[in-house]
Design a protein around this ligand. Structure first.
Ligand code: SF4
Length: 404
């Protein structure tokens, strides 16, 4: 059987390089890329699964060349410690850049995509392994929010644990080696909580900004922005229709950050309010992460691709059906999870990749095996954050029966 992953990887790489080339010569490229290609990516993550995307992402493929140039060392400790937060800031910067430059300008888009690939190459050559994916990639942070702890409809990419030739320890609790364990670590991490709770606000802010700038939602839905050439007016022109004195670049940033802060406050408040209903701290956190991810996914597909999809009503109608179903199935799976049981999404730790890196994993944060569930006498056991091997229920009760 042909190596499907290898074929998809080559196709996506050629596609990525093709988009860069087309961006410089075909004015329609921004429209095709932003309203047809990009909207397919999150659904692709979720359907194909974390590892399939990690092994086929064209930016990661270019980055792998950088990893081969790596000699020694890792990124600075502070960067590695705050990698998720830094990647989230990179995401907000990327969205701001899109709103003021790359949305409708082919040259700006081509330069942006080329710099992303070049960035992956340089950062991986500096920090080794998949430093860029773990600590800087704006797409990577979205991928983690949507796929951590999510089931995969595909086994593609799950027969190997990492595509690194050798482990340089570029990331603690590496998700490429053990996504389950990495999720349990991330679940306990304040940065992970903040980023995930803020993300639905970022998604809404991005689309709302078109209306805030132009005074009408049609400014997004009619797709005029895909033809807006880059110019100083796009960057420093009127940022809000009600406050034209605010430069667009500042207005876009304030909108993204402001909505992110509101979203974070909202989910944090709900989490606190559920303390009595779900006293298990880890369980409550898992569920809130799942709800935030579910909210962001659905918000994204309320808007993504609409300027082109509205031209083909059949496809739009199909997506309206598929997206909520996929999102709900993932949510239900995540709400029913218990440590060590959702291993259908976890790669087998018996292959070449795992063997070559097992020692380094131990050195960078403990055992690579997933905690085994232990039965407790009754009800929902109390777990605290920070525990990799917390006791959990033998059989998780439906959500609505666990109250109190
Ligand atoms: S396997 Fe090692 S080098 Fe590769 S991404 Fe994971 S931590 Fe980095």
């Amino acid at each position: 059987m042909p190596n499907v992953i290898a074929i998809v990887r080559v196709v996506l790489l050629i596609g990525y390089l093709g988009v860069i080339a087309a961006a410089f010569v075909a004015p329609i490229t921004p429209r095709v890329f932003w309203t047809m290609v990009m909207p397919a990516v999150p659904l692709g993550f979720v359907l194909a699964g974390f590892h399939a995307w990690r092994r086929t992402c064209p930016i990661a493929t270019v980055g792998a060349l950088g990893a081969k140039l790596h000699r020694s060392g890792t990124l600075p400790a502070g960067w590695r410690r705050r990698g998720l937060t830094i990647a989230f800031i990179a995401l907000i910067a990327t969205l701001t850049l899109r709103l003021v430059a790359t949305n409708g300008d082919g040259v700006a888009l081509g330069l942006f995509l080329a710099s992303l690939a070049l960035g992956a190459l340089v950062v991986n050559a500096w920090g080794g392994g998949r430093s860029f994916c773990h600590h800087l990639c704006p797409v990577g942070v979205v991928e983690r929010i949507y796929t951590d702890d999510a089931p995969s409809a595909s086994s593609l990419g799950s027969n190997e644990t990492s595509r690194c030739d050798r482990c340089t320890g570029c990331a603690p609790a590496c998700a490429d080696l053990d996504q389950e364990r990495s999720f349990r670590r991330a679940r306990d991490d304040d940065a992970r909580r903040s980023v995930t709770y803020a993300f639905p606000g970022v998604v809404l802010a991005f689309y709302a900004y078109y209306a805030l700038r132009e005074g009408t939602w049609e400014a997004y839905f009619d797709g005029r922005w895909t033809l807006a050439p880059f110019g100083i007016e796009r960057v420093t022109g009127p940022g809000f229709h009600f406050a034209p004195e605010v430069p667009a670049v500042l207005a876009a940033t304030l909108t993204l950050v402001g909505f992110a802060a509101i979203s974070h406050a909202l989910f944090a408040t709900i989490e606190r309010a559920l303390t009595t209903r779900w006293p298990d701290v880890a369980l409550r956190r898992e569920r809130m992460l799942a709800f935030a991810s579910f909210t962001a996914f659905n918000l994204f597909y309320l808007f993504a691709g609409a300027p082109s999809l509205r031209l083909v009503p059949g496809v739009a109608r199909a997506l309206e059906l598929v997206v909520p179903i996929v999102a709900t199935l993932v949510l239900v799976h995540r709400l029913r999870r218990r440590d060590g049981v959702t291993d259908s999404t976890r790669p087998h730790a018996t292959n070449h990749g795992a063997r070559s890196v097992a020692g380094a994993v131990e050195a960078h944060g403990g055992a690579s095996t997933v905690a085994t569930s232990r039965a407790v006498p009754s009800g929902v056991a109390m777990r605290s954050l920070g525990s990799d091997a917390s006791p959990v229920t033998k059989r998780r009760l439906p959500v609505w029966k666990e109250a109190g």
